[in-house]
Write a protein that binds this ligand. Sequence first.
Ligand SMILES: [Cu+2]
Length: 122
Amino acid sequence: MEGVGRDFVLVPLAVLLFVGAHAQSDRHKADERVVRITASRFEYNPPRIELKKGEPVTLELISLDRVHGFNIPDLGLRADVLPEQSVRVKFTPDKAGTYTFLCDIFCGDGHGEMSGTLVVKE
Ligand SMILES: [Cu+2]
């Protein structure tokens, strides 16, 4: 029974280490930040993205199932999100605030709730 308790601790720790290393290599490769976002019925992952005002960023979007539409109406940004090939949206947020991104290509019953939040901090 002792071994069972230990596994519960080790698994989440391994996940954290992997995610941490991955995020760091993204920053190192290019000189700017890349945020990978997956789209699938009916969610974006991650559903919340935090950016810094004035810091250039590339959003790299790919779909896990069908075509979705990534749209941030208040920032005038949009892209078709395809299953086979990732699409990159580059921009520099120049205004702090909280913005909603949503799917603008009908993808099924939960389409209307397919959205997320982009937070730009000062
Ligand atoms: Cu949709």
